[in-house]
Design a protein around this ligand. Sequence first.
Ligand code: FRU
Length: 465
Amino acid sequence: MALYDETYRPQFHFTPKTNWTNDPNGLMCYKGEYHLFLQHNPHGINWGHMTWGHAVSPDLVHWTQLDHAIYPDGLGTIFSGSGVVDWNNTAGFQTGDEAVLVCIYTSAGGTSPESEGQPFTQSIAYSNDRGRTWTKHEGNPVLGHIVGSNRDPKVLWHEPTQRWVMALFLDGNDYAFFGSPDLKDWTRLCDVHIEGASECPDLFELPVDGDPANTKWVFWGASGNYLLGAFDGTAFTPESESLRSNWGANSYAAQTWSDIPPEDGRRIQIAWMAKGEYPGMPFNQQMTFPVELTLRTTPDGIRLHKTPVREIENIRDESLIWHDAALTPGANLLEGLEGELLDLRAEIEPAGAAAVGITLRGERVHYDVASATVSSLGTEAPLPLEDGRIRLQILLDRTTVEVFGNDGAISMPTCFLPDPADRGLGVYAEGGEARLVSLEIHRLRSAWRRTEHSAVALSPPRGGP
Ligand code: FRU
């Protein structure tokens, strides 16, 4: 098995070349490169020795893994955190013409022999060469221990108050915000509590229904539960209960990219597909495909929506398209078709059917009309009919099925281990006839096979079994 082409190697979802990964860290964009740092174990296939791995991409689809960025030291192993571009050189780290990239991470004291007896604190490291080499700040930690295993600093630049804001996980379902002029001196601003979430906070502002004059702040915890609210740079005022954004079995610790240029303006998120299994593989764990986040008004109120970033079109191969077909119980319009890497988009009017769905490699993405729910690989999400129809987008990769319903109103990222021999596809109706309004099946190419990225795709040694 060639590296990056193994049986259970996702072909358009990020995995490290070898060994364990969990949370995405330090997401930032600088000069056309998306940086993805990752919790990584340089020494083994299971969690441990937490170090920041590093990959870059021009388009969120094709990734090149670079050297590890931040290694454990006497303050601790390197737990999760975030990254920002210090455009105004507020920290004074800049030495050349490039803006400084700064990573803010948890020094997890006591998780290694070298850091025995140290508490969990927050530290920073910076790069003057577009993220290729990293230097730890000599005054680390920049924020001392507060409580428990406080961790996972998420930092953003708050333009109206001209200062940095850090959201930090404290303990239980409690978080706190801190403010700083220079990323080094931090003052506590406010506390935030969110039911059903711990660890890995995120905080960002989004327009509602695309209206820049009407924005809400989203406060996010690792489980994917979030609060909508107002944030004035000091206090966060929740305006919703804790809302759920994730219905899949494998999504945790999602983070969004900082410093995406304003002319692009998207808020893009990626998550760890926690608990996936990869038997016999040289790596362990993977990320979701990046999604664009938007806030849209629904009958239940304003809700986050997630849709795969449009750059997925960069790996499109053949497209098969159907319009206006009848789905009759017992028949399969896709009889004989096979697929392994797909971006499938369907609009279905169940009409007289009790259930409709799509089959992929022996698994069903199943819509039950009476309960208005969609289920996939053991989890279930609410999906009301809109004008009598549902819209589904399904990303199929070697080890994952990611389902998005009604333009991202629900998302279900789930890992699976398909039978390598079963690549069958189907679309079905049960208990009556339904109408397939449209179906697009876009076959995708492996993101690892692009010549510009062959340095990654072809580099030895193989770690496979
Ligand atoms: C979330 C988490 C973080 C921590 C990191 C350690 O998955 O537990 O809270 O910083 O993983 O790897």
